[in-house]
Design a protein around this ligand. Structure first.
Ligand SMILES: [Zn+2]
Ligand SMILES: [Zn+2]
Length: 132
């Protein structure tokens, strides 16, 4: 089991639980997100946690999702291996990740094909808007 996986599961589930509590309509399905940091869980337990995580990720809004440990972990891993903008080739610290197509079902399921590394300028022109 990859060590970082536990952390990135917990980050999202915690946020999801918070949001659900606010909503009150749907009670959170995940009772204890801290369990996931246990690196010795079985594959079955892991799969169950991952399924719960995906369900939770679907329900949280995009802005919160981008603050999750899961997303940060994924982004850091991608940026470690991609040091230049795929559009203009510029290198540097301003690189961001763009979701090529973004549906709610994709949160938590990203892979290296579903995102593009772009610099801030190229990213802004892709969306035709200014990011902070
Ligand atoms: Zn660029
Ligand atoms: Zn984008």
């Amino acid at each position: 089991m990859a060590r970082g996986f536990g952390t990135f599961l917990t980050g999202v589930t915690k946020i999801a639980i918070k949001q659900h509590k606010k909503n009150q309509k749907n009670k959170p399905k995940i009772k204890d997100s801290t369990e996931v940091t246990d690196h010795n869980i079985t594959l079955e337990e892991f799969n169950q946690k991952y399924k719960e995580f995906l369900d939770a990720a679907k329900k949280i809004d995009y802005k919160l999702y981008l603050q999750s440990e899961h997303w940060k972990y994924f982004r850091d891993r991608v940026l470690k291996n991609h040091k230049a903008c795929t559009r203009c080739g510029i290198k540097g610290a301003n690189l961001q990740l763009h979701h090529k197509s973004f549906g709610y079902g994709q949160k938590g399921r990203e892979n290296f094909d579903s995102i593009e590394v772009v610099c801030k300028n190229c990213h802004q022109s892709k969306h035709n808007k200014v990011f902070n």
